[in-house]
Design a protein. Structure first.
Length: 121
């Protein structure tokens, strides 16, 4: 039986520049995972400084010089049906009657969180 999962997201971006040589970008993403029954926020921030323009360096010396830095965080969810116990029907019958019970192939983890990764450049 195939399983279904959903991901709903909201994304925002703010970009600002100062005098054509200093830039800042900030983003925020909010993911609502159906597999985790929660939503999580992931930010990122990047900046750049074009020092060749800021210090008005001669184009003969250096055509363009830039420093850049960034930090971000991303995440991913998990497979569905890992937070609760589920019942299943046994494919074999007993005296012609179906019976079922708890499906304990996977025990639930109530503290399950998304996998997060942070990166710096």
């Amino acid at each position: 039986m195939p399983y279904k999962k959903n991901l709903n997201s909201v994304y925002a971006l703010l970009s600002v520049g100062y005098k054509g040589y200093l830039y800042l970008d900030a983003t925020v993403r909010n993911d609502a995972y159906s597999t985790l029954n929660k939503d999580y926020v992931y930010p990122s921030l990047s900046s750049s400084f074009v020092f060749s323009d800021a210090f008005k360096l001669s184009k003969k010396v250096l055509t363009m010089g830039k420093l850049r830095a960034a930090i971000s965080e991303v995440a991913s969810d998990t497979d569905p049906y890992l937070l609760d116990l589920y019942y299943s029907v046994n494919p074999l019958s007993f005296n012609g009657m179906s019976y079922g019970g708890l499906n304990t192939a996977r025990m639930p983890n109530a503290n399950l969180l998304p996998t997060r990764t942070r990166s710096w450049k």
